[in-house]
Design a protein around this ligand. Structure first.
Ligand code: NAP
Length: 305
């Protein structure tokens, strides 16, 4: 079994920053990534709030560059699905579709995936009108009518992105106030996005594919139907911690409990980026976590020679 000083699980900005720092410190480093460098960031067309890019940067390109930068210092990337972890053994073992790997330390950077509505027909209509990523699937709805569900930054950014492609965009939110940054409010009005307040999606209408959604006003209980070719579900994210469940302390929402040092409840195991308990989940805070985790992983390795 091949062994490393550091195994990073997940190749988003947190994972690749950690890998850059550990590899640059001379530690043998493996990044295990299931899809493509960048993680969630890779599905964002323009990132405007990562410093150093005054004109914004394509998330996919930034992911590729982060991978190349870590590689330049010797970090290895293997693309494959992690199928299990033994975090309490010495060394720790990561099982994957590409074989088993031993790590003296493990940095978990698995991020989070979109929360589902949990209503009937949602699975069946995936790809037939139900979508979770506007920048990935928006083009399929060019000139059509879509609903975006949610009130956070993702929902608002999705609505604004889709408003440039679609004939009509509704933003359906369960409260009477957005959670998203105030800066977006004016843009929504300017782009003609119609906000449907105090409403939740209770059913999906379909023929061969989605034809509309049923909404319920949470204050009055009144129901209405909205004809729509698509619904973009943007109601938050769920941390990808299934592989670590039962081995690490998680909070009630399933995030890995770790402070700014990124140390988890298991010595030698660190958590970075969206998967750890933290207040602000951004590319820049994930990258910052990567640097912190690398520092404390190095400290751990010096104490455990
Ligand atoms: P979020 O901030 O947690 O917002 C989720 C939204 O979905 C909230 O408005 C919430 O309503 C609503 N919601 C949650 N569960 C629901 C349900 N079951 N049914 C209906 N609505 C539901 O999630 P996010 O927008 O995905 O953002 C995640 C993190 O990434 C945040 O920290 C966000 O700031 C960050 N982010 C930043 C940017 C940026 O800065 N450019 C872009 C995207 C994301 P309530 O408001 O009523 O709770």
């Amino acid at each position: 079994m091949k062994s490393y000083d550091v195994i990073v699980v997940g190749g988003g900005p947190g994972g690749y920053t950690a890998a850059l720092y550990t590899a640059r410190s001379g530690l043998s480093t493996l990044v295990l990534e299931k899809l493509s460098a960048g993680g969630q960031m890779a599905t964002t067309s323009t990132i405007d709030n990562y410093p150093g890019f005054p004109d914004g940067v394509d998330g996919f390109d930034l992911g590729q560059q982060m991978e190349q930068q870590a590689q330049k210092y010797g970090a290895e990337t293997i693309y494959g699905e992690v199928t299990g972890m033994d975090l309490h053994t010495e060394p720790k073992i990561i099982h994957s579709s590409e074989g088993d790997f031993a790590g003296r330390t493990v940095i978990l950077a698995t991020g989070a995936y979109p929360r589902e509505l949990g209503i009937s027909g949602e699975q069946e209509l995936r790809g037939k009108g139900v979508a979770y990523c506007a920048t990935c699937d928006g083009m399929m709805f060019r000139g059509k009518t879509v609903v975006v569900n949610g009130g956070g930054n993702t929902a608002v950014e999705d609505a604004l992105y889709l408003s440039r492609l679609c004939a009509k965009v509704y933003l359906v939110h369960r409260r009477d106030q957005l959670r998203a940054s105030a800066v977006y409010r004016k843009a929504l009005d300017e782009q003609g996005v119609e906000i449907v307040w105090n409403s939740r999606v209770t059913a999906l209408r379909k023929e061969n594919r989605l034809t509309g959604v049923e909404l319920e006003n949470v204050k009055t209980g009144e129901k209405r139907e909205l004809a729509s070719d698509g619904i973009f579900v943007a109601i938050g994210r769920v941390p990808d911690t299934a592989m670590a469940a039962g081995q690490l302390e998680l909070d009630q929402a399933g995030y890995i409990v770790a402070d700014e040092t990124c140390r988890t409840s298991v010595p030698g195991v660190f958590a970075v980026g969206d998967v750890r308990t933290k207040a602000v989940r951004q590319v820049v805070t994930a990258a910052a976590d990567g640097a912190n985790a690398a520092h404390f992983a190095e400290e751990y390795l010096m104490d455990h020679v």
